[in-house]
Design a binder for this molecule. Structure first.
Ligand SMILES: [Zn+2]
Length: 332
């Protein structure tokens, strides 16, 4: 599953509890837009090619002292395609080595970003004795993008109309996963391990955070807690109570990603109406103790959202949803 970057998780979770400053709002919109574009390409690929194409998504590779991020990498018929997904709208022109929008050159050189990523892949392949050609692909996934190419480009520039045809063409050349193996291990060696997003929340922000459990459907904070569920007064959505607590603990972990989790901190995050005993039960049941300090316990903070933190326990949480639906199924 493609994951939101930690920066996106942080800004998104924060925006649900505080009014973000303008520059953070813009950054959040940019990241959400980029992520939506990557997901759209994933969906298209899954529908058309049934996951047959040898592929790695969302790579963060070491390149000398820095790192490069690659949205998608496909290997078919001796060629590695480094794919950069752009979820742009509007009219773009490529002319004389420059991208132009509304008559103005784009500040960021999007082909240079792609070439930088390709260089990192080429260097790794040479070092690891992988003999594959490396090609760049710029995929404009948004149907509202109008792309005009007026000068020579060595990379593949695809609009939303071209992408399906290109994927099907690759499918025709692919030999059912036979291309996986050496190249994948070579890249995996150079992945950035546990890349940690370093932004922390200034104290003036943490004092102003909206506390409590937000409805997972409408995002509002008017929930009624009963024995097994949290019910939203605004939209009527019902969520298993255990899930709502675990999900909210994870949100606290995302915002305070530089700290361990403690009961005191979580009680502040959940607010005055917190069911402290239940919170303790949930912590003991689902979270890993890191250490005990005096009478308090610190829990390991993975700093990621519920869907990622509990990726391997989703069956358990799906079971809770089912049980909640049975209990409230109509009697006829
Ligand atoms: Zn709601």
């Amino acid at each position: 599953m493609r994951r939101m970057t930690q920066e996106l998780q942080f800004l998104k979770t924060l925006s649900e509890r505080i009014a973000l400053p303008k520059n953070d709002q813009n950054e959040l919109r940019r990241l959400e837009n980029g992520f939506a574009g990557e997901q759209a390409l994933d969906r298209l690929q899954a529908v058309l090619t049934q996951e047959i194409l040898p592929c790695m998504d969302d790579l963060l590779l070491k390149a000398n002292s820095s790192c490069v991020q690659i949205d998608k990498l496909l290997v078919v018929d001796g060629v590695t395609y480094v794919v950069d997904v752009k979820n742009y709208r509007g009219s773009y022109l490529f002319s004389e080595d420059e991208w132009i929008r509304n008559g103005l050159p784009l500040q960021e050189n999007i082909l240079e970003q792609l070439h930088n990523a390709m260089r990192a892949v080429k260097r790794i392949f040479i070092q690891e004795h992988v003999s594959l050609e490396v090609k760049g692909v710029l995929a404009f996934i948004n149907p509202a993008a109008n792309i005009e190419i007026k000068s020579e480009v060595s990379d593949l520039i695809l609009t939303t109309r071209d992408i399906s045809g290109w994927l099907l063409d690759l499918l025709g050349k692919a030999q059912a996963k036979s291309d996986t193996g050496h190249w994948q291990r070579a890249l995996e060696k150079k992945l950035f391990p546990n890349f940690k997003y370093k932004r922390t929340l200034p104290s003036e922000f943490s004092n102003r955070l909206r506390s409590g459990i937000a409805c997972r459907n409408c995002g509002k904070y008017h929930l009624i807690e009963s024995r097994y569920s949290m019910d939203c007064l605004d939209c009527g959505h019902r969520e298993p109570k255990e899930t709502a607590y675990v999900r909210t603990i994870c949100q606290c972990g995302v915002i305070f990603n530089d700290c361990d989790l403690s009961l005191a901190m979580l009680c502040r995050f959940f607010g005055e109406t917190v069911n402290k005993r239940y919170l303790q039960e949930v912590l003991a049941k689902h979270f890993e103790v890191k250490f005990h300090k005096g009478r308090s316990t610190c829990y390991l903070n993975k700093g990621v959202l519920f869907v990622y933190w509990f990726e391997e326990k989703l069956d358990y949480f799906n079971g809770l949803e089912k049980r909640l639906n049975w209990n409230h199924a109509p009697l006829n």
